[in-house]
Structure formats: structure tokens, C-alpha cells
Unconditional design. Structure first.
Length: 104
């Protein structure tokens, strides 16, 4: 049996270095953070292409029927969809996982 006690120490040192690297990358500001401030000067495809062509053909943007941009409505919609999907997956669990229990 080949006992090498230094292997355990090296593994601990490597784990410690990875932890310090992750901690450093988490706490330091990102070099890409400047791009978030510059993003306001760039327009998206919707604004630069779609709205322009739609305006040329006499179609203009209208307000949505249900505005999900304000508040937590969009979060609630995703929660509701996940809940319904979870109940459906739970109800049909055996059919989904095992392929047994043919329902007719």
C-alpha cells in the first residue's frame, strides 16, 4: 500500500486556493461593469429595426393589455406556471418515469 500523506495536504491547499479565487472574484468589481452603464446608449433590435419598419407601414406600438414590466406580476405568472407544471408532473409521475400504468 502506497501511503502518501502529502496528497491530502495538496488537496487542501488546492481547495483553499479555489475558495480564495472564488471569494476574490465575488468581492472585486467586475471589469465588465462598465458595459452595464454603456448599455443605455445602445438600442435593441425592437427599437432600431422593428419599430422603424412598422412606423413606415402605419403600425405604431400600443400599450400591452397586461403590463408585466411593473411589480411582481411576471414573477407571479412564472410561479403559477411552475406550480401547474409541478402538479401535472406529480400526477403523471409514474407514466413519465416508468412508462407504466397506461391511462385510458
Amino acid at each position: 500500500m502506497d501511503n502518501k500523506p502529502w496528497r491530502g495536504k495538496i488537496c487542501k491547499i488546492i481547495k483553499g486556493l479555489f475558495f480564495l479565487l472564488a471569494l476574490t472574484l465575488t468581492l472585486l468589481p467586475s471589469p465588465f461593469s462598465q458595459w452595464t452603464y454603456a448599455a443605455n446608449s445602445w438600442s435593441g433590435v425592437d427599437e432600431s429595426v422593428v419599430e422603424k419598419i412598422a412606423g413606415e407601414h402605419g403600425r405604431h406600438a400600443v400599450a400591452p393589455l397586461i403590463n408585466t414590466d411593473k411589480g411582481d406580476l411576471l414573477l407571479f405568472v412564472f410561479l403559477l406556471a411552475g406550480t401547474i407544471g409541478g402538479f401535472a408532473a406529480g400526477y403523471y409521475w409514474r407514466i413519465l418515469m416508468e412508462g407504466k400504468g397506461e391511462r385510458g
